[in-house]
Design a protein around this ligand. Structure first.
Ligand code: SF4
Length: 412
């Protein structure tokens, strides 16, 4: 079983030996061995004790029916289930930060092509805004533990498109393209204008005034000094609870620094937006996410804000595998992983609880005058959380478009 061997090989020697001894001690099927190895990899990342070191072997070995492996597995599953279902406890968790700082940036000569948001096609299982994507930079120097970008590109190299101005100049866009995001393959402002990206995007936005260019960031880098951007460039920040920023979004700016940078964008004459995403179900989540909302309301008025989206942790199978193999200390997989539209996420009820808390923490003025949406979520969550829903993705997309352009027009 290559997946099992690969995973076991990724363990430090001591843990590898103890898992192999367990497999000699009790009889397990190959799929049970894989389950045990995956869960042991998770425990190591969560800095929780290995179940192999704490199992009650006297009780398991006292069984007379010869099904000791089953007894072990039953107790192991109960142990894992408890950890996954409870709110994640970060109080004594201090992860060692993976030094992904040692990246190298290469200018690469490739054309800019437009892509689409990674929601399943047609949005039967998720309600999707059909964002068009553009990747002038590929890979990121931040180190968020849940990041899917890290799973796609080489860990050591960041690619910036060479002669971006010329590439954007010759880019043909279809009449159905109205909303392009640059934050899917990297952080949109992390490198500022070092490779001419922001200047080129500004010229592109000026030329295509019927297109909204959305930049998405967790950076505190000031890209507003001596730079002016057209009104159809919208600067958005992903915001999270301070505990999650500190323990899972390594090397990124603090919540206050992100808000401060968003204020600079607003003061510089651009609309801003916020992605309260990915929400994590941890001990203290209610108070910390309420505080995020309070900070938004204390620093901005509804006229400043184009959109606010809410979303949570979602993993594809390949990202799950990558996270388990890299062994970085993180608790993002300490969740009740539930199948969700071909990926894995929290159960719907947990999402409903988290998203509702955030939405209901906003004042009436903000709720009525800002476009709120759920990002890549099950359509059944919209009505209970936001009090509205769409029958199809197209309706969602068109409503978003109307709101965005009406906000842009209102700007003086
Ligand atoms: S900022 Fe975005 S792209 Fe960069 S590591 Fe974090 S999640 Fe990944």
């Amino acid at each position: 079983m290559p997946a099992l061997n690969e995973l076991i090989d990724s363990f430090p020697e001591k843990e590898r030996d103890s898992i192999l001894s367990l497999f000699e001690r009790y009889h397990f099927t190959e799929s049970q061995k894989l389950e045990i190895a995956k869960d042991e990899a998770d425990l190591r990342q969560w800095k929780e004790p290995s179940f192999i070191s704490i199992a009650d072997y006297d009780s398991i070995d006292s069984r007379k029916d010869g099904r000791k492996g089953d007894a072990y597995l039953r107790e192991f599953r109960a142990y894992m289930d408890k950890l996954r279902k409870e709110e994640t406890d970060y109080s004594s968790f201090s992860p060692e930060i993976h030094p992904r700082l040692k990246y190298r940036t290469e200018l690469i000569d490739k054309d800019i092509v437009l892509g689409r948001c990674p929601c399943p096609v047609d949005g039967e299982k998720t309600r999707c805004c059909k964002l068009t994507t553009m990747d002038p930079i590929e890979q990121c120097a931040f180190s968020c533990s849940y990041c899917s970008v890290q799973a796609f590109y080489s860990e050591k190299e960041i690619h910036a498109v060479k002669d971006i101005e010329k590439k954007l100049d010759k880019l043909q866009i279809g009449s159905d393209v109205w909303h392009i995001g640059t934050g899917q393959a990297s952080d949109s402002i992390l490198f500022g204008d070092d490779y001419g990206t922001l200047t080129a995007l500004s010229h592109f936005a000026e030329k295509h005034s019927d297109v909204v260019i959305e930049l998405k960031s967790k950076s505190g880098r000031n890209v507003f000094k001596n730079m002016k951007y057209p009104r159809n460039m919208v600067f958005t920040w992903s915001l999270n609870a301070p505990t999650i920023i500190e323990k899972e979004e390594h090397l990124t700016a603090s919540l206050d620094k992100r808000i401060e940078n968003a204020r600079r964008a607003r003061d510089n004459g651009n609309l801003v937006g916020f992605h309260i995403h990915p929400m994590v179900y941890f001990k203290g989540w209610e108070d910390e996410y309420r505080e995020v909302v309070r900070k938004i309301e204390a620093n901005f008025s509804p006229e400043d804000i184009c959109m606010i989206s809410i979303g949570t942790l979602t993993f594809t199978k390949s990202v799950l595998k990558k996270l388990r193999m890299n062994g970085e200390e993180s608790k993002v997989l300490e969740i009740d992983l539930t199948p969700a539209a071909g990926k894995f996420s929290y159960p719907l009820e947990t999402k409903r609880k988290m998203f509702s808390l955030v939405y209901n923490s906003f004042s009436k003025d903000f709720k009525e005058n800002i476009f709120f949406y759920l990002c890549m979520e099950d359509p059944s969550l919209w009505l209970p959380v936001l009090g509205r829903e769409y029958q199809c993705d197209k309706d969602f997309e068109m409503d978003m478009k109307t709101h965005y352009f009406s906000k842009i027009k209102q700007m003086v």
